[in-house]
Design a protein around this ligand. Structure first.
Ligand code: F0G
Length: 482
């Protein structure tokens, strides 16, 4: 990170880029916000952008692209097969990850689909540090079972542990001893556990997992979608690696795994994805599935323009100043919220700020979806859209009961290089007001509930008229302010 000390002593993150293209935003009045969230069934996925001021739903496909990425999109070779664009991308991936076989796909979950279809058979286990929604769904569809082998600190909301995303190696060893290596489809590490606050994994943990996987001949797969943030944390939190370059660290991570896959909607700041490996046998078998589900092997469902931008985006990801920007903004926002006593996951991770709704709304029964309620209340209060990452994001148990999530988070993603510091400060201000008025917030219940991945399209209603009361208090305190 650029070493900047301020004369006035303030500690604020400093951007190493300037904004050269902008998009106009609106902040609609609170009455419209109330109406919009009702129309969306209290599901922030179902809001429309015209009603949103700051879109902190996700960092997926919405990170700011650089001038060089945009320029690269103008010169492409869009041949269906064998394009020069593909060769450029494949070569860049080889240069960065040291893996020669590359299967392009349309986005991250497509990697999960192909890998699960190929490796997972009924009754097999897939141990991992923590699941991601789409990963788990694909493994389950293929008859496998996800086993999350995290350490106790992973779920501690307030912590100083630098790598809460680590997989528990003792549990992994016990699983292999008990079930046998043949029952394990693959071991997966998510580089930066999305659902527990973007918490990173230490290099030491990748290497130790790799050692176990190799000993028992179990495929080791790394989901590198959030690698940029994880790379920053290895460089800044893991003593042994702080003097290695981002490229050197990336190669060590990649070498530890048999397969690395990623959503380029996050890694590389475009829209796409890919699976990479040095194993020719696995490559050839996955290649058979590729044209069936994604597209020919030299585009895999991606637009060639996005592929050109990905070449540049992956290269820029090796620039420390580029990958620092997300984590330093998140660190700033988390630090300010902690000062205000607002429950938030610590230490700050990647991807975004994760409010601890379990504690923020401890007066609401967990069955009434604390994180969902907080998301709805924050939108009404501020026009800021977050994402529920709690019980609503879980699948129901086989007996139809709710699977109460281990953590109830409202994620406020900070897409990289997108928001300004004043926008972050506005969000902090509205959160401070909301925290003071938290007892006005009530619960939610489903009135439309899809069977799979219900958080995408499910609709909920408030359990009382708490939203009207919240609006009335807002108007009493803020008058005619938006
Ligand atoms: N793996 C991780 C760790 C992810 O965070 C995501 C997506 C995927 C896989 C799937 O990739 O969306 O390109 O198909 N996360 C997004 C999010 C959706 O909002 O966190 P995808």
């Amino acid at each position: 990170m650029a070493n900047i000390k301020y004369f006035l002593g303030e500690e604020i993150p400093l951007e190493m880029h300037k904004v050269r293209m902008v998009q106009r935003l609106d902040l609609v009045p609170i009455e419209r916000r109330l109406q919009a969230i009702e129309e969306a069934g209290n599901n922030t996925f179902l809001l429309y952008n015209k009603d949103i001021y700051l879109d902190m739903l996700t960092d997926s496909g919405v990170n700011a692209m650089s001038d060089k990425q945009t320029a690269a999109m103008l010169v492409v070779d869009d041949s269906y097969a064998g394009s020069a664009t593909f060769t450029r991308l494949k070569d860049k991936i080889y240069e960065i990850f040291d893996k020669k076989y590359f299967l392009p796909v349309h986005q991250g979950r497509a990697c999960e689909n192909l890998l699960s279809m190929f490796f997972v058979k009924k009754g097999m286990y897939v141990p991992m540090n923590y699941h991601f929604t789409t990963t788990k769904a694909h493994i389950m569809v293929n008859g496998g079972e996800v086993l999350e082998l995290f350490k106790p600190e992973a779920l501690e909301p307030v912590s100083t542990h630098p790598f809460k995303g680590n997989i528990d190696l003792d549990q992994l060893q016990k699983l292999i001893d008990k079930e046998g290596a043949e029952k394990i489809a693959f071991i997966r590490i998510e580089a930066g556990t999305n659902l527990i606050g973007g918490q990173p994994v230490a290099m030491e943990n990748y290497l130790a997992t790799s050692k176990i996987a190799r000993k028992y001949n179990i495929p080791f797969i790394i989901d590198a979608s959030l690698w940029a943030d994880n790379l920053h944390f290895i460089k800044t939190r893991e003593e042994k690696y702080k003097n290695l370059s981002t490229r050197e660290i990336t190669k060590i991570m990649s070498e530890s795994a048999d397969i690395v896959y990623f959503s380029a909607r996050k890694l590389g700041h475009v829209r796409g994805g890919g699976i990479i490996t040095n194993n020719e046998d696995i490559f050839k078998k996955l290649l058979e599935l590729l044209p069936l589900y994604e597209g020919f092997s030299t585009y895999g469902g991606m637009s060639t323009r996005e592929m050109e931008a990905m070449v540049v985006g992956l290269d820029e990801t090796m620039d420390e100043e580029m990958i620092n920007q997300g984590p330093i903004f998140i660190k700033y926002m988390v630090g300010e919220l902690v000062k205000l006593g607002i429950p938030v996951i610590t230490p700050p991770g990647g991807l975004g700020v994760h409010l601890n709704a379990m504690e923020f709304l401890s007066h609401i029964p967990q069955e009434q979806y604390r994180a969902g309620s907080l998301g709805s209340a924050l939108y009404i209060t501020s026009g800021v859209r977050g994402m529920e990452r709690g019980t609503i994001s879980e699948e129901r148990e086989a007996d139809g009961s709710d699977h109460l999530a281990a953590v109830e988070l409202l994620r406020l993603a900070l897409p990289r290089r997108v928001f300004t510091l004043s926008q972050v400060k506005y969000t902090i201000d509205r959160l401070a007001w909301l925290y003071e008025n938290r007892k006005l917030i009530g619960g939610l219940e489903f009135y439309e509930e899809p069977k799979v991945l219900r958080f995408f399209f499910g609709k909920l209603k408030p359990t009382s008229n708490w939203q009207e009361k919240l609006v009335a208090k807002f108007k009493a305190d803020f008058g005619d302010s938006l």
